[in-house]
Write a protein that binds this ligand. Sequence first.
Ligand code: S3P
Length: 428
Amino acid sequence: MAQVVRPPRRLQGTVLPPGDKSICHRAAILAAIAQGASQVENFQRGLDSLATLRCLRLLGVKWWWQGDSTLLIEGRGLKGLQEPTQVLDCRNSGTTMRLLAGLLAGQPFLSVLTGDKSLRRRPMGRVVEPLRRMGAQVWARGNGTQAPIAIWGGQLRGIEYRLPVASAQVKSALLLAGLYAQGETTVWEPAPSRDHTERLLEEMGAAIWRFEGGVKVAPVPSLRPLRMRVPGDFSSAAYFLVAALIHPDAQVRVEGVGINPTRTGLLDVFRQMGAQIQVDNVREWAQEPVADITATTSSLQGVEVGGSLIPRLVDEVPLLAVAACFAHGKTVIRDAQELRMKESDRLRAMARELRRLGAQVEELPDGLIIEGGKPLRGAVLDTHGDHRLAMALAVAGLACQGDSVIRNPRVADVSYPNFWRDLNGLSS
Ligand code: S3P
């Protein structure tokens, strides 16, 4: 299957992006071990979040949909999960696999985690190694580095652990394991990564302390259930923001979007690029800041991006590369080697696909150099089986000369099942 992207004369309208994927995974997992029933509104039905829900069901957790997007979850308490009778299939979702690995390290039974071809290629040693140090028995393919992963958990001890890379998934896995460990578990990060797990644990009454560069948890007898509304996903909203900035005649508003500062590095970069972006109506849902954001056609300038900004926009780098193609001058993205370990090698894949459109892109070991301002022509583009590539390339297609064809567009369903509908709704 393929999707034609036709540059519209004008791009205009309002979008309500789906509930934040990172928060949905965490809310479901934490609600599963809470004492009592949780209600989570605006829970997204992307394939990744559904993978987490299916795994939880295999661990004995009951959940139901109420209407389209409210999820009810019956918590089993910290000690109430059941040994799964089947392998837990995390499909394409790294967050499902890494967070569940942490949770299962605390359970006195055997679990086996696997995933699709892309997920089975991704690095898992980064969770296996610290969980072993905490006392879990963990086996994984490739000398402990790749899924499938088998975990025999229980009897954990708290550790102090310095993350070799800034990874919210690994941090969250260790915090989940820390709920079951004897003593305190401290995680130090080289740069701040998304802190949704910490915010939810605070909301649920966990023993958690946050400090400059790190976070510490200790076990508690129980966690309070959640009653919350998930903010819209900034990473999903970002596609429409960039579409509006690079299109010659556009204004797009995204409403109810999470603006947690660990996620909005792209807004900082937009400011440096001279983008016309307005953030208003700031409010709070479940310990998370939320706002409406309006983007208008802008004359963008190239930028240099690297260092501790990267974890704050890690999923938006493909999109930033698209914006850079339409900016005046050179954009340099560095320190982004983690992008090679995502659902695809996003540096290589973006360089390849943007070149098909006529962009001037150089691939670095840890980033990209993009010489902006070259006129781009529509082309046939490959998504490399990666949801973020499908959506970023669609955005590029909206501002090219001529039509583009996106192959395998349904891969967007991983994080944004209504992406194509919402995108088409803005064109005129
Ligand atoms: C995520 C963390 C990031 C991000 C991913 C979701 C999360 O991965 O790229 O899409 O929900 O914790 P890393 O933690 O591996 O950087």
